[in-house]
Design a protein around this ligand. Structure first.
Ligand SMILES: [Zn+2]
Length: 276
């Protein structure tokens, strides 16, 4: 849609400019804070998708995404804590957590990484495999767009208007989303590599899509789709504790490798040997 003529348009441009200045000022502010404190990798926020009335996807034999991802998240938390990482969960029970609460938990903790854990679903029973995402206003392909639409639906009532038709909103959105784009992409590749190495796992690759939960966090962030619940064979596997442990171990390894690179880039010595 084009700009309205006259005063209204100027007001709109001025308010966007103010908003852009605020974003730039907060980016500069966080850069200053990083200079002041040794920014060692030590805090991870794990976000188990869905919860409460929002059940997420359900498999043909009844496995619910909200239960599966909470269990995997708890297994991952234990592994990371054993390796000296402080782990904060956005939910540790079967309750619905609004979008702004999930992102506020991560931002208030000034976490070094945000990992949102989900399971995929499709109308067809055929699709299977693991996908790792990082945020973008543009989806990599139709399947990625569908995944983001499905995962964003739960936040329908509270999701911000992405204003994708508005060029200024798109630029601002890109500015926010790309602040940690490179590190988000790096973690996504590490996670996908580790998850794809699990026995019988099929890699569907690293993708990008507009997941609102990833767009509100001020840190490297990634969303993992750990398998298709709509695929009966994959659902069967995901019911097993062994498979869930393998997934938790793979994500823990990826976080370890990411932490080592993160500390090296910032010239600080890791306080724990995460990269084992
Ligand atoms: Zn989900």
């Amino acid at each position: 849609m084009g700009f309205e003529a006259g005063k209204g348009a100027w007001h709109r441009v001025a308010s966007w400019a103010l908003c852009a200045c605020w974003v730039l000022a907060s980016l500069a502010g966080s850069a200053r804070a990083e200079e002041a404190l040794p920014d060692r990798f030590d805090v991870v926020v794990l976000d188990a998708g869905h919860g409460g009335q929002d059940e997420g996807a359900t498999g043909p034999s009844g496995l619910r995404e909200k239960d599966l991802v909470l269990d995997v998240t708890r297994r991952l938390k234990k592994r990371l804590e054993r390796r000296g990482v402080k782990v904060i969960l956005t939910r540790d029970g079967d309750r619905f957590i609004p979008l702004e609460e999930r992102t506020a938990v991560a931002n208030d903790a000034r976490a070094d990484l945000f990992v949102s854990i989900h399971a995929n679903a499709s109308k067809s029973r055929k699709p299977r495999g693991i996908e790792t995402y990082f945020a973008s206003l543009e989806a990599t392909d139709d399947a990625a767009r569908a995944a983001a639409e499905r995962e964003n639906r739960a936040f329908g009532a509270t999701a911000p208007d992405l204003g994708l038709d508005d060029p200024l909103a798109a630029i601002l959105g890109d500015l926010i989303a790309t602040q940690h784009l490179q590190e988000s992409s790096e973690f996504a590749k590490l996670a996908q590599g580790e998850l794809a190495a699990i026995g019988r796992a099929r890699s569907r690759g690293v993708k990008q899509a507009p997941f609102v939960v990833l767009m509100g966090v001020q840190m490297p962030a990634s969303l993992l789709e750990i398998g298709f619940l709509s695929n009966p064979d994959e659902e069967k596997g995901l019911k097993r504790g062994k498979r869930r442990d393998e997934i938790a171990r793979a994500i823990s390894r990826a976080i370890g490798a990411f932490a080592a690179r993160y500390d090296e880039r910032r010239g600080v010595q890791a306080k724990h040997s995460l990269a084992r």
